[in-house]
Design a protein around this ligand. Structure first.
Ligand code: BJW
Length: 232
């Protein structure tokens, strides 16, 4: 990455499901993606969880079990390398609930849509590590109530750490979006914020996203190829 020679010090990288696709984790909106197999309204809204918690919990049990069998790919590894070697500010804001950035070694990672291994108790508001499955549904380790939900952000809920994300974008010289369709707010608006604040903007994706015209530059290809090419 030749950024430093261009005066780039501070980088914000937004990642979406496409960065994990080559690890074998389903995206949401591509052909055969999760939203073709499950209705969003049935599994990814707070209303769905109230209506049919078992269906929602089964959906996340299935994803949690699957993610644990997957490995980081060259895109995660390249970003971890960049995180390790970049001495300016850097923040990987991921919309993904998987932990493949961390398992590749990245440290500066923020999960704006939550994490698949975390549980959130709706009775006492404490977060904990998720240990059970549907057959062994755990109670909250803090208060003992059977009130755990996946600690993920569903439609209609506020994504996590928005203040920290906007602060990082405000200071960014470069905003890079990797493998996200640009269909979901507020992440889809980050590139406009970055543009307004004077950062360079780059999209790395298999296909152009819905907000592609907002980026200064777009490079198309599989993340496992184009992310290492960009980083190295
Ligand atoms: C590759 C590749 C390869 C494939 N290499 N690339 C009407 C108008 C405007 C807004 C709204 C509206 N009605 C409702 C809203 C708001 C709503 C929203 O955006 N709805 C839209 C559907 C319109 N948003 C919300 O409710 C959010 N909250 C909110 O807005 O709060 C208010 C607020 C206001 C102001 C500031 C802050 C907050 C919450 C959204 C929560 C999204 N939750 C999910 C589930 C998370 C848990 C889980 O994982 O189960 O998050 S939905 C799902 O979509 C998931 C993802 O993180 C998110 C984005 O998906 P992503 O990552 O882009 O995946 P795909 O599949 O869409 O795209 C894959 C991409 O990869 C494609 O581009 C491929 O080309 C590419 N690709 N293979 C590189 N090999």
């Amino acid at each position: 990455m030749t950024g430093k020679s261009n005066g780039i010090r501070n980088i914000v990288i937004l990642t979406g499901a496409g960065v994990s696709a080559e690890s074998g984790i389903d995206t949401f909106r591509d052909g055969g993606g999760l939203w073709e197999q499950h209705r969003v309204e049935d599994v990814a809204t707070p209303e769905a969880f109230v209506r049919d918690p078992d269906l929602v919990l089964r959906f996340y049990d299935m994803r949690r079990e699957s993610i644990q069998t997957k490995q980081p790919n060259p895109a995660h590894e390249a970003l971890a390398r960049l995180d390790r070697e970049w001495d300016g500010e850097l923040l990987i804001v991921t919309q993904n609930i998987d932990d493949l950035h961390e398992r590749a070694g990245a440290k500066r990672v923020l999960h704006m849509h939550g994490e698949h291994l975390n549980a959130w108790c709706t009775a006492c508001d404490v977060r904990s590590r998720w240990t059970g499955t549907l057959v062994d549904r755990p109670d909250c380790p803090e208060c003992g109530e059977p009130a755990l939900r996946p600690d993920v952000v569903w439609f209609g809920e506020m994504p996590y750490q928005m203040d920290r994300i906007f602060a990082a974008i405000r200071d960014a010289d470069l905003f890079v979006s990797i493998g996200t369709s640009g269909a979901v707010y507020p992440a889809v608006g980050f590139v406009q914020n970055a543009n307004d604040l004077g950062a360079d903007t780059l999209e790395l994706n298999l296909e152009r996203s819905q907000g592609s015209h907002w980026f200064d530059e777009t490079r198309l290809g599989p993340a496992g190829q184009i992310v290492p090419e960009w980083v190295d």
